[in-house]
Ligand binder design. Structure first.
Ligand code: KE4
Length: 430
C-alpha cells in the first residue's frame, strides 16, 4: 500500500534533514511513513504507490479551489515563457497590489514577500521601527512562521513535537517575546501593565489554526484592539491562513475587526511561494526605500508567483459565492462528523469557522493551547491512520486545522463521514 513511499522516505533521509523540507510533513506525531505525493487534481491527491486520497490539507491552505485549478495552471504556463524572474519592477506587481488593496480592509500599502514567515517577521520589525519599542506579545499555540521572535511557545510543528524552546533562538530575542494564553484578555492586560511603554505590537491569528482550529471568544479581539488603541501598540492580524480563505476580506471582514498591519500567505500565492504584509500608510511608509525599516527579497513579487496568486484572487473576488459554498460544505461535514463520532462513545469537540475545522478528542471546550494539549492524541493517531487507509488525507497532527477546498462535493463529504463511523468501530482503547 505504501511501499514506494517507504523507499522514497528512506532515500530522502539520506540527503534531507528528516527526509522532508518542512517538519509537519514527516508524520512524526502520528507515526508511520509520510506518503509521497505524485500528482493532484481537484479534491484528490495521488501518491507514488497509486493510492488516491480526498485532500483536507490543501497544501496547508493555498489550494482553496482544488488542485491544478485550470486558470491558474494556464496562467503559470503562459508566463513561464516570458522568463521566470527579472529582479526588476513589473506592471503585474502593481496589478497584484491593487487587487489586494481592493479586497483587504485597512490595507493602504502592501509589500510582497515569499512566505508567511517573511511577512510576519517583516511586520514585527516594522512595528518595532515605527514605535521605537522592542517587545511583542504573541499567543501560546499561535504560529507566525519560524523567525526567531516567534519560536516561543509556538503552535504548528512546535506544538506537534512539543518544542517549547528552540535551540539557536537567543535569550535576547526570546526575552522580547511575551506570551499569553489565547482568549485571555486579563493575561494580556497584565503583560501590558508589567511592560508599560515597551510593547511594539500584539500579533495574533484571528482564527487560530496552528493548535487545531480555535475561535476567538466574544470580545477578545475587540479587547486587543482597544488595548492597542489605548497603549499605542501596533495591532497585527496574522491572516496567513485566514486571508482570502474566510472571505475576500479575510477575518477582518468576517469578524469586523480592524488591524493596523495584516500579514498574508498561502491562498495569496495560489500554491506558489508568496507572502505579503500591508496596512495603514502612516506605518507602511516606514518600509525601505520609503523609510528606513529595511526589508527586501530577490524573488519578492516574482512574476510566476504573482500571476498564480493574481489569477486565484481574481477568481475569488469575482465569485464570492465560493465562500458561501465552502462554508456550507464545511458545516455539512461538521454535522455529519458529529453524528459519526458519537458512535465511538469517546469525548470529542469539533471546532469550525468558515472552511477551517478541527477535531479534538477532549471532553471540554478547546479554547486555547492548554485545552488543546489535553486532548487524547493517541486516539487522534488511530483516527488519522484509519482515515488514511480509507483514502482520506487529514493533517498529520492534532495541532493543525483541516482546510477544505471548493472542489470537494457532497460525495467526498459523505464518504468522509461514513469512513469516520467505520474507523471508529475498530478503535482500541490503549
Ligand atoms: P510559511 O512561512 O510557512 O509560508 O507561513 C508561516 C505561517 C505564518 N502564519 C500562520 C498563521 C501560519 O499558519 C503559517 C504556516 N502554517 C503552517 C501550517 N500550520 C505551514 C505548514 C508548514 O510549516 O509546513
Amino acid at each position: 500500500m505504501y511501499e514506494k513511499s517507504k523507499q522514497l522516505f528512506d532515500r530522502a533521509q539520506k540527503s534531507i534533514p528528516g527526509g522532508v523540507n518542512s517538519p509537519v510533513r514527516a508524520f512524526k506525531s502520528v507515526g508511520g511513513t509520510p506518503v509521497f505525493i505524485k500528482t493532484a487534481k481537484g479534491a484528490y491527491l495521488y501518491d507514488v504507490d497509486g493510492n488516491k486520497y480526498i485532500d483536507y490539507i490543501a497544501s496547508w491552505g493555498p489550494m482553496i479551489l482544488g488542485h491544478a485549478y485550470e486558470p491558474v495552471v494556464k496562467a503559470i504556463q503562459e508566463y513561464a515563457n516570458y522568463s521566470t524572474s527579472f529582479g526588476a519592477p513589473t506592471e503585474l506587481e502593481i496589478e497584484m497590489a491593487e487587487l489586494i488593496c481592493s479586497m483587504a480592509p485597512n490595507v493602504d500599502l502592501i509589500r510582497m514577500v515569499s512566505s508567511g514567515t517573511e511577512a510576519c517577521m517583516s511586520a514585527i520589525r516594522l512595528a518595532r521601527g515605527f514605535t521605537g519599542k522592542n517587545k511583542i506579545i504573541k499567543f501560546e499555540g499561535h504560529y507566525h512562521g519560524h523567525a526567531d521572535s516567534f519560536l516561543v511557545k509556538a503552535g504548528s510543528g512546535l506544538a506537534t513535537f512539543n518544542i517549547q524552546t528552540v535551540p539557536g533562538v537567543t535569550a535576547g530575542v526570546a526575552n522580547d517575546t511575551l506570551t499569553s494564553p489565547f482568549n485571555n484578555l486579563d493575561a494580556v492586560k497584565k503583560l501590558v501593565l508589567e511592560n508599560k511603554g515597551e510593547i511594539a505590537a500584539i500579533i495574533t491569528e484571528p482564527i487560530a489554526g496552528n493548535m487545531g482550529c480555535i475561535l476567538p471568544q466574544q470580545g477578545f479581539l475587540e479587547g486587543l484592539r482597544k488595548i492597542c488603541d489605548e497603549e499605542g501598540i501596533v495591532f497585527i492580524l496574522d491572516e496567513v491562513m485566514t486571508g482570502f480563505r474566510l472571505a475576500a476580506g479575510g477575518a477582518q471582514e468576517k469578524l469586523k475587526i480592524n488591524a493596523d498591519l495584516v500579514t498574508y500567505g498561502k491562498v495569496i500565492g495560489g500554491g506558489m511561494p508568496v507572502g505579503a504584509f500591508g496596512g495603514k500608510k502612516e506605518i507602511m511608509q516606514h518600509i525601505a526605500p520609503l523609510g528606513n525599516v529595511y526589508q527586501a527579497g530577490t524573488l519578492s513579487g516574482n512574476p510566476i508567483a504573482m500571476i498564480a496568486g493574481y489569477t486565484m484572487l481574481k477568481e475569488l473576488k469575482n465569485n464570492p459565492s465560493i465562500y458561501t459554498e465552502l462554508e456550507e460544505k464545511t458545516i455539512y461535514l461538521k454535522n455529519g462528523l458529529n453524528i459519526a463520532l458519537q458512535k465511538w462513545g469517546q469525548p470529542f469537540i469539533i471546532n469550525q469557522f468558515g472552511s477551517m475545522l478541527s477535531i479534538h478528542f477532549s471532553d471540554h471546550p478547546v479554547i486555547d493551547f492548554a485545552t488543546a494539549s489535553t486532548a487524547n492524541n493517541d486516539l487522534f493517531k488511530q483516527y488519522f491512520h484509519g482515515m488514511l487507509n480509507k483514502g482520506i488525507y487529514l493533517p498529520p497532527s492534532a495541532f493543525e486545522s483541516w482546510f477544505l477546498n471548493n472542489a470537494l462535493t457532497k460525495s467526498e463529504l459523505d464518504y468522509t463521514i461514513e469512513a469516520t463511523a467505520e474507523v471508529l468501530k475498530n478503535f482500541k482503547q490503549n
